[in-house]
Ligand binder design. Structure first.
Ligand SMILES: [Zn+2]
Length: 414
């Protein structure tokens, strides 16, 4: 028998509102309102959620976030807003990270994310001589605690160099042995960026895991690491298993050069992630006028068939002293920055926080009969309106069980 009916929901692909019938955590059937079964409708033993004509989607997926260094503004001196300041302040704060401390801060951000409709995320976890495996162990615990509402993928991450750091090399491998899902590198923070890329791939191949790089995070159009990354991806037959975040150099390149880079990314099937909140905070702080922001127009890459995502990156730390873990807000910010106008463009941006990152995380996010009933109700009629109006997530369900509820605001007319 049906366990739950989500009444009066609007879905992508349906012209009219529907009822979604859920059984054993899966979508049993979807019926347009006019065709619904009256007997079932009256059965008092079935739970119901009235979506009141609101848009229902499969929830949001954060492809690039740092839970381990979130919510540390109280420990950082933030006054210049530069990359150097952010890196130095975070490095200092890292000295005092403990497992319990990381767990508490990560839990806070995960709960923020759940309440904003996020149902899956990939978090980087710094794994080096300062943090050892404490951050990793904390995130593993958080992953287990919140599995009822959100799927968490852990990326063992070499944020502060690798080529001259044998301890980091060992710790990354230990993390992978102990349950990390993939490995992440940051060539621009290494003395030898090319060798850094090779070493990350060497470890990835050894453990047969995907790789995710922080890449090209400045406004110099020259010296991009993309050609080296693409070369290694193809050489190692890693097409479709590599993603890159920031890549603000792309925004500084002329159209022809950017097109050349897009061609390379496509040839290696590399996912491009834009991180608008951090990019606009860090980039261009040395300009006095016409400040460049560094966020590239990901829609132009999506049009070429490249998988593109939008993500939060940092929450309330020296790299991004803002944040509420809302991906709809991030997409709204990106759309505004990228000067998107048409509904089609906005619809593509919605894909960048839903189906595209879900693909990266290897999660099926289609709403169809037989699929998991992981669903989020937004205070809008459709995806485009949700982004344009920065819509509130009203409720969420994972495998047919409700995980959060936000009441729609009410006005008391008098
Ligand atoms: Zn990052």
């Amino acid at each position: 028998m049906t366990d739950l009916i989500i009444n009066n929901a609007r879905l992508i692909g349906y012209h009219y509102p529907v009822n979604i019938y859920i059984k054993n955590g899966h979508i049993e059937r979807i019926e347009v309102l006019e065709d619904q079964d009256i007997d079932n409708e009256l059965d008092a033993s079935i739970s119901r959620y009235d979506a009141k004509g609101h848009f229902v989607c499969s929830g949001f997926f954060e492809s690039h976030i740092h839970l381990d260094k979130a919510c540390i503004l109280d420990r950082c001196n933030v006054s210049e807003g530069t990359f150097t300041e952010a890196a130095e302040e975070t490095d200092k704060a890292k000295e005092d990270f403990t497992e319990a401390d990381v767990f508490n801060r990560a839990s806070k951000v995960i709960e923020m994310a759940i309440k904003k409709g996020t149902v899956g995320l990939r978090t980087f976890v710094e794994t080096d001589e300062k943090t050892k495996l404490e951050g990793f162990n904390a995130i593993k615990k958080a992953r287990a605690k919140y599995a009822f509402a959100i799927d968490i993928e852990i990326c063992a991450f070499a944020q502060s160099g690798l080529t001259t750091k044998p301890t980091t090399q060992q710790l990354l491998q230990q993390a992978l042995e102990q349950g990390a899902d993939l490995i992440g590198g940051c060539p621009y923070k290494d003395e030898n960026p090319d060798q850094h890329i090779e070493m990350i791939f060497d470890i990835a191949e050894k453990f047969d895991v995907d790789v995710d790089f922080h890449l090209d995070f400045d406004l110099d159009p020259k010296n991009s690491s993309i050609p080296k990354l693409v070369e290694e991806t193809i050489k190692r037959n890693y097409q479709g298993r590599v993603s890159i975040g920031h890549v603000t150099k792309l925004s500084a390149m002329d159209k022809m050069k950017r097109g050349e880079m897009a061609g390379l990314l496509k040839s290696a099937n590399i996912t491009l992630t834009v991180l608008p909140a951090t990019d606009i905070y860090i980039n261009g702080s040395d300009y006095e006028a016409l400040i460049p922001r560094g966020t590239v127009n990901a829609n132009q890459f999506a049009e070429l068939g490249i998988n593109t995502t939008i993500s939060s990156n940092n929450i309330l730390n020296a790299f991004t002293p803002y944040g509420d873990a809302s991906l709809i807000r991030m997409a709204n910010m990106y759309a505004n920055l990228a000067q998107l106008s048409s509904d089609d463009e906005i619809s593509d941006a919605f894909d960048m926080i839903t189906v595209n990152p879900a693909k990266l995380l290897a999660i099926n996010s289609l709403i169809e009969v037989g699929a998991s009933a992981t669903l989020v109700v937004l205070e809008a009629e459709n995806a485009v309106e949700a982004i344009r109006s920065n819509a509130q997530a009203l409720a969420g369900f994972k495998n047919g069980i409700q995980t959060f509820n936000n009441q729609a605001a009410e006005i008391y007319f008098n």
